[in-house]
Design a protein around this ligand. Sequence first.
Ligand code: ADP
Ligand code: MG
Length: 255
Amino acid sequence: MSNDIIVKAVDVTKHFGNFLALDKVNLEVTRGEVSCIIGPSGSGKSTLLRCINLLERLDGGAIWVNNELVGYRREGDRLHEISDVEISQQRRRIGMVFQRFNLFPHMTALENIVEGPVQVLGEPARQARERAETLLERVGLADKKDHYPSELSGGQQQRVAIARAMGMQPDLILFDEPTSALDPELVSEVLDVMRDLASSGMTMIVVTHEMGFARNVANTVTFMEAGKVVETGLASEVLSTPKSARTAEFIKAVQ
Ligand code: ADP
Ligand code: MG
């Protein structure tokens, strides 16, 4: 597999009981790419991100992240399913920003960013703090470093969550509707940070209903419906001249 392919999902299938949430989903994301996933509620977008991030186990198919088969470890020429402890090791290369701000409520903005690098990566505290300060500056929150999440707006909390993901120096960051729980006037400050991150070359998979962001920032767009990928391609093509009538209908409805 080419080293430039960061994520490759092949025929990913996931059931919840009898319900088929992902039906042979394929996705490929190259280094530095911004890949937007769009589609109606319940189409399997979050489930796909959760499978990439090992928050769900697959029922079929396979996912590689950075040429590593997700959920498995290679020993010689054999693959072994990995334990929960090893899962957290594999997962640390992947950042995740959720719809609901999931900062640690009892930690300040700075402490939220320092926690992972120190506890998980074993980085020296001083070095982690310095980097966290730089990251807070980058997301425009240098003056809020000692604030607790409850003292920050939703947009500010989400910017801290992005800085926290970056603090782990991940290979890619997954965003699951990062602006959909925000008051409308706070959406653009978060999208601006994401745009900045994209232009710095970070590989990003972004589930979003923000068509402006998809149009201006995404390289590729994938439209999902009922657990299936209906259409995928260059953002400019999928958004302006979709091949599927369902894609066209959806895009028209969310504009
Ligand atoms: P989306 O993010 O596109 O809105 P999801 O991936 O969250 O969709 O969900 C896809 C479908 O799978 C939905 O019908 C949802 O109800 C179902 N689903 C998701 N997670 C679970 C779960 N843990 N148990 C049962 N059903 C689930
Ligand atoms: Mg979702």
